[in-house]
Ligand binder design. Structure first.
Ligand code: C5P
Length: 411
């Protein structure tokens, strides 16, 4: 079988990729990558930063990409300084390889002082970043924080790998292999597993006000729900994210709807649930509210204060009771008997799938960047081993897509 006849071999055909090259010894590896992308008929436009040009000549990438290499933010051409907007809109994907610590810092903080950072800032397309740098630079707190900021905004990191470094040291910071880079780009451009579907995600905590300044809430950071919204958008879904108050920026490609209380979240979800295909309820919804909050701040007094709490509406249960219900996935945050409690919740809430996590375990769950999940449905389960919330969200989305189709096929 010829390469071109293999399933998936034509994924790159006519896909438009901006390849950004920043300063680093690994810049020379971009030449082979661009050659391979072109061989699969991708359209490539290369942007090189000034320091990238110290490692590799633009002419090499011009010859291999078949297009002029862009190097200046403000060129003297006839585009009236609009090159960055044109490139930002032209592409289906931006890949930055090798990405330096300096580039990551600029992107994390919204600096736009050269063509590459400006195009990244001006584009709504997926951004893949393949870092390459000395291990101390990679492990530096500033670089790690910048990575976290970028990941939360939907930028995908490819690597780095660990091993021998150009500076003679050994550790994390090597550019990943060209084979792996190529596979990741192809996967990112392949038709998404949720393409054409409407996905509703709830995320974050709710706030139940007692008086104008005090509320009942919980420790949910919203990170898991935001990662799921992002993974669903990457998988081609049209995503609405109904979010309680969190300190996160909405992920690229998801339409945010801001709410505060459980009652508001209920209203926003119910007005959309009947026309969505999948609901992932990752929000930590308060189970009780205070009825009508006091109009004025409650005064401190000597006597004890009794609050009467009323149950909030169970959003997931209300959705699964709809005549035309979406494929519904609930979360179960448990501190004991994880699987048994999750099984009960699967039946009690009549959901299609439960993602259960142990919030008493160390370093995972509430407000952490990592998680470990037990996914259960009627007739099966999968353990998702500890990983970043972004990685787990992508795996969960793949399982949801499979179960969604299995349910459709048997309906
Ligand atoms: O019953 P419990 O709160 O443990 O169930 C958690 C699941 O139910 C989560 O998916 C959460 O988003 C959802 N939930 C809800 N409405 C509530 C309480 C929880 O949708 N009032």
């Amino acid at each position: 079988m010829e390469d071109k006849d293999k399933p998936g071999a034509r994924v790159l055909e006519h896909k438009r990729i901006v390849v950004g090259v920043t300063g680093g010894i690994a810049a020379y590896k971009t030449a082979d990558l661009v050659r391979r992308l072109r061989a699969d008929e991708a359209d490539i436009k290369v942007i090189m930063t000034r320091s990238a040009q110290a490692f590799l000549g633009p002419l090499t990438l011009q010859a291999l990409s078949g297009n002029p290499v862009y190097t200046e933010l403000l060129s003297k051409g006839s585009d009236a300084g609009m090159q960055h907007i044109e490139l930002a809109r032209w592409c289906d994907l931006i890949l930055v390889t090798p990405a330096s610590a300096n580039f990551m810092a600029k992107l994390a903080h919204g600096l736009a002082d050269d063509l590459l950072t400006t195009v990244c800032l001006a584009s709504t397309r997926p951004i893949l970043v393949a870092p390459a740098m000395n291990r101390e630079m990679w492990l530096a707190a500033a670089t790690q924080e910048n990575k976290q900021i970028l990941e939360q905004r939907g930028v995908r990191f490819l690597g780095p790998a660990a091993g021998d470094q150009a500076c003679g040291e050994v550790g994390p910071g090597r550019l990943i292999d060209t084979d792996d880079l190529f596979a990741e780009i192809t996967a990112a451009l392949a038709p998404g597993v949720l393409r054409g579907l409407e996905v509703l995600v709830t995320a974050g905590p709710t706030r139940e006000y007692i008086d104008p300044v005090r509320y009942l809430s919980n420790r949910s950071s919203g990170k898991m729900g935001y990662a799921i919204a992002q993974a669903a958008a990457e998988a081609g879904a049209s995503v609405t994210l109904v979010s309680g108050p969190v300190a996160l920026a909405p992920p690229r490609g998801a339409e945010p709807v801001w709410v505060s209380s459980a009652e508001e979240m209920y209203r926003e979800v119910m007005s959309r649930a009947h026309h969505c295909d999948v609901l992932v309820a990752a929000a930590a919804v308060a189970d009780y509210h205070c009825g009508v909050p006091a109009l004025r701040k409650l005064k401190r007094g000597g006597a004890s204060l009794t609050l009467t709490l009323l149950p909030t509406p169970d959003i997931v249960k209300a959705v699964t009771a709809l005549a035309r219900r979406p494929f519904t996935v609930a979360f179960a945050a448990e501190t004991e008997n994880l699987v048994a409690n999750a099984q009960n919740k699967l039946e009690d809430k009549a959901v299609d799938m439960i993602a259960a996590n142990d919030v008493a375990a160390n370093g995972v769950g509430f407000d952490h960047d990592r998680n470990e999940i037990e996914v259960l449905w009627r007739g099966g389960s999968i353990h998702l081993a500890k990983g970043s919330k972004q990685t787990l969200a992508r795996r969960l989305i793949r399982i949801i897509a499979e179960r969604y189709r299995a349910k459709k096929d048997t309906a």
